[in-house]
Design a binder for this molecule. Sequence first.
Ligand code: PMP
Length: 391
Amino acid sequence: MRGFEHLEKELQEMREGGVFRRLTILDSKQGSKVTINGKEVIQLSSNNYLGFTDHPRLTKASLDAVENYGAGTGSVRTIAGTFTMHDELEKKLATFKHTEAALVFQSGFTTNQGVLSAILSDEDVVISDELNHASIIDGIRLTKAKRKVYKHVNMESLEEALKESTGFRRRLIVTDGVFSMDGNIAPLPQIVELAEKYDAIIMVDDAHASGVLGENGRGTVNHFGLDGRVHIQVGTLSKAIGVLGGYVASTRTLIDYLIHKGRPFLFSTSHPPAVTASCMEAIDVLLEEPQWMEMLWDNAKFFKDGLEKLGFNTGKSATPITPVIVGDSVLAHQLSDKLLQYGVYAQSIAFPTVAKDAARVRTIVTAQHTKEELQEALAAFEQAGKELGII
Ligand code: PMP
């Protein structure tokens, strides 16, 4: 069929540049080992931090919910798609995050889009870290607010942006809590200080911190002892929680406003019962089984130390997200391909997701990995890294 020649031309350029990728297809459930192309390999690319995607309590909660409430909800939340369990999950999340209220969206992506597009207008200014997640960038694009971008985690640059932003109804500072490509943590204590000095409000996207940092995985705000001083906390139910969805935890006022103005919330069907019930169970598991977080951090330290000892550049990671930065995008893809050959799945990430000269293979260990698996993965990294002249 004719009509897409211009798109095909672009794809051809990507093929020639060595950056065209096919989707990697898993033929097993998620876990420390997965099956790819008929071969069992060590999984270092999922966000399944705590191994909750197949935690028995979560899968049982899903099955019970399907049996009692069916497969789908048949409506958006604001018409006929709010069941008791949706309300209960939001109450649980608010309690968990130490906030007045919470609201669940279909994904972390739509949460950021929905919140930012709802609360900002041309009377406001939004001040955003340059490495914030795509969903924050897209959310900002949907608003008519004045935009300012500050240098990554650079507090002088943030203060300058705040000083320049006078005469607006509201200033909003927005940052990832943990940056998804580097695994570094946002300097929230300093951001809070600046926000209080300049009377700005703060939104933190804790997609990679919920279930990972803070007491029982409450996130970066709790990790830094800043409960009550950050206005908007966004989280995802798709990573450490192991299921699907996003949420915002904040004041009753903000949540009531989003129920009326959060477009993805208003115009997209609510989560199926299995999703909602298993997310609820996941919060209980976080509170009752702290061993998963302990195992996650123990594994993360073991693996990061191992990579560093081998001579790899792991950047400024301070969380279980550990990048292996190689610079060139083709080299990153070659490293990922070789690792797969040697039994390890670790996805390469290149421009435009990261800077052109900072292509990498990104690894995330989970609580489920055994030390033997991680040792095996380190051996594969050593072999592939030496063959490609990286170490
Ligand atoms: N924010 C950040 C920082 C993320 O890394 C992601 C996931 N890639 C999201 C939001 C989106 O979350 P979800 O996968 O639940 O849509």
